[in-house]
Design a protein around this ligand. Sequence first.
Ligand SMILES: [Fe+2]
Length: 429
Amino acid sequence: MSIIKYTYKDIYFENNVISTEKYRVNEDNLWICAENEVIGQGTLSGTINTDKEFDILFLSDCHLKADYQLRLTIGVEKTGFYKYDNDTISVLKEIRSNQTSDKDAFIDQNHDQTYWFSIDRENKRLRFGKGYMLEKLVVFEYEFREKTIPNIFDHMKYMGFSKIDKYPDSCIYWRYAVTQDISPIIISPQQITLEMLDKNSATLIEDLSNECMYLYSNIVGPNVKLNTDDFPDFASAINYSIVTPGKLCFNKLKEKAGEFSGPLETYLRVTVGINRGDSPGIPFVLEIWPGGHYSPIHNHSNANAIIKVLHGSLTCQWFRSLSKFETKPYDTLVLGAGEITWLNDRQFQTHRLYNHNISGNMCATIQCYMYNSTDNLHYEYFDYLAKNGQKNQYTPQSDWDYLSFKKLIKEEWSNYKQNLPPIDRDKIN
Ligand SMILES: [Fe+2]
């Protein structure tokens, strides 16, 4: 049996490209095997387009006849977890298509899907999911009933795929098991309570990456806001500009109506600062969302981002992947003024933002982006899902720089106020 180095490039280990020395593929029956960093725990995913059953495995040795194995077999009519203990094979959990109406437990035939298998020594749990490696995206799981940690986990030193026709389009290893997701809401240490900790309903910035911490510290201050002493009506003036024909924002939105899929799928981008080369486009962007407007479903070049609502409110919807087959959000959250959310390469990366308010109620957000320090690719686009279901590239553009925009809106607002009709005091009284 010949073993050669696995040379596929898109393998990540906690955001780092893994040394290909560790990855091997047997060309005879196309299975891939790699060392598991932490014995007994880890998650392995592959993006695969197939209509035939295949396995994701953790094993005691780097070959398919290893004495100890935990296998996830994903099929068209049957999916299950199986334990191999020397010559004994046990079915831990099995779901058959004639016993369930849930099609998610099986292969998504004839299109790409990301399948993952998580083994969790401490919680004695196996999990199967699709899309990002998240608890919210678990399709089904199995928990060992033993009081002590089952012996099998202590043998899980390798991992891989078998019965696949070709290399996965993408293959990601995470050294942790999928346990509990991190909340989308970031709060300050002064706000957190025992209830929040218990329910996992909020995140502290210290829980996130250095890149998120850097971005957060730039925009969290109370003075990062729209209405300031030098222009206390900035938000009202933007609203006026959006809803009044011929005004700055109205005209720009009209000009951008064909950018994605129609006049409501538009928003305004006001860039703050310059492109420093560590983010897709300029890192700080004031985004203005007219009432009823929304973005296409899109992702963020696997970058980190922090989003703070400066004015109004906004609905965030998150998706399992960027695909015409994944247009139903797996989670949704309404953010109010002052609230802050985040995303990174493995959580909340694919989203749609929607100002659910009626016309005249714009929402303004400050969004900031930064690549992982380990990202040497610097993919400069946001990929989005077009109306026809195709994935397109969007180059982050600037409608105005911040100071020019503020000046123009201020002038417009000043003209509006000067031309207001005189107040009829008799009518007021
Ligand atoms: Fe976005």
